[in-house]
Write a protein that binds this ligand. Structure first.
Ligand SMILES: Nc1nc2c(ncn2[C@@H]2O[C@H](COP(=O)(O)OP(=O)(O)O)[C@@H](O)[C@H]2O)c(=O)[nH]1
Ligand SMILES: [Mg+2]
Length: 180
């Protein structure tokens, strides 16, 4: 059995918990909340809560999805998660430009520690005053063409949208595994 571990990071209220929950909720793919893989983390530090869901892709492959609590990047658990992750998705609320610098902080924190496949998922694009994808790419300093390809829009409340994003990250992980 192969486990692919995906971290869902992002500023408070960017949609992390909703994303993880929606992933686990789908009727198309069998899912389960709180599998054994997560309990080892939870037991080590019971005060730290994290969202977890499991997506069974095939008899041989599972996606394990970890949503991080707001400030968790500053603690030991967060580092432990990152070191074991195969990829991460950074969620950024398009209608909250005041949070873009916090998103950037998380990005650089991740980048300093791991070089793994990643996506930036823009949420709340349906909200009033949402910035355009182009504007956010510019604000996050993602103008580089290769980098900007990693910026997608996602609606954490929509199953199809969440699964689409997860399939994208899965391909990035498997592509990386293939070439190395
Ligand atoms: N309109 C809209 N609401 C969203 C979207 N994504 C998340 N939400 C809502 O935003 C709120 C915060 O989401 P939550 O998952 O708790 O954020 P977290 O703090 O990152 O875990 C919830 O009420 C969600 O239903 C989106 O793309 N559009
Ligand atoms: Mg949350």
């Amino acid at each position: 059995m192969k486990f692919l571990r995906v971290i869902v990071a992002g500023p408070v209220s960017s949609g992390k918990s909703t994303f993880v929950q929606t992933a686990s909720d789908t009727g198309m793919i069998e899912t389960e909340r709180l599998a054994t893989d997560a309990t080892s983390f939870l037991k080590a530090h019971t005060t730290v809560a994290l969202d977890f869901s499991r997506l069974i892709l095939s008899p041989e492959m599972e996606l394990h999805i970890y949503g991080t609590p707001g400030q968790s990047r500053f603690n030991f658990m967060w580092d432990l998660l990152i070191q074991r992750a195969d990829a991460y998705i950074l969620l950024v609320a398009a209608h909250r430009p005041e949070d873009f610098s916090s998103a950037q902080e998380i990005l650089s924190y991740m980048h300093q520690r791991v070089q793994i496949p990643m996506l930036i998922g823009l949420t709340h694009t349906d909200c009033l005053n949402a910035k355009s994808v182009g504007e956010i790419i510019r604000e996050l300093g993602y103008l580089d063409e290769e980098k900007s390809q990693n910026v997608v829009t996602v609606n954490p409340m929509n199953k199809t949208s969440v699964i689409e994003t997860l399939m994208m990250i899965k391909s990035l992980i498997l592509r990386k595994v293939d070439v190395t």
